[in-house]
Design a protein around this ligand. Sequence first.
Ligand code: BTN
Length: 244
Amino acid sequence: LDIEVNKTLDSTNDFLKKYAKKNSKEGKIIIAEEQTQGKGRLGKSFYSPANSGIYLSILLKPNLHASQALYITTCAAVAVSKAIDKISGENSQIKWVNDIFLNNKKVCGILTEASFDLEGGSMDYAILGIGLNLTRPSDDFPEDIRDIAGYIFHNDNLPKDYKNKVIAEIINNFFEYYPTIENKEFLKDYKKRSLILNKPIYIFRGAKTEEATALDIDNEFRLKVLKKNGEIEYLSSGEVSIRK
Ligand code: BTN
């Protein structure tokens, strides 16, 4: 592994993409203490202030097909959730597909960007981006995310060297699963750590919100839901939340 730490970058994912195009080696890791253009899923931004979070990207060249990009994200979710629990002593959970929650607040987001061979559909490279809220941002979270965003450590109870420990733990966990990622051995742990399984949920589809119950996560990481009308549906992407 080749780890590079920066104070400020626009986006660690974008920065690493430049390396990826130059055919750099798998395992190149870019870390930033702050991002000015942190990117989230679905074209959203990811709030990435200095001093309170860690933002990192890992360059991967997996032997996966275009349709299997989700393997990387879900594998990383398990790696991060385990790392958080080990260093904080708490029980984090994974909200399908790839957000990590602690005490019902989102403390980590994951964005995998993959580049494909358009003919064969095999993956040229994938950039796995992980953004963690470690402590309370000095200006708190922006108002639009204040209700959902949380952080892992409280300032009056910071484990020694927590930043490095969390990063090391995430990287170690991820690369433990990664060599056999196509076997999906982490799926069992993924399900165990699920925030939504067997719970009532909302499914957000554009302007429409639907009520359902989350039943299972299948072998392709699709969410099996039972809808109000008694129908079963398998979701392969989208946004859900717990329904209280
Ligand atoms: C999400 O919650 O929608 C995903 C957020 C992913 C954020 C990380 S931070 C490191 C990497 N660089 C980025 O610009 N985004 C990802």
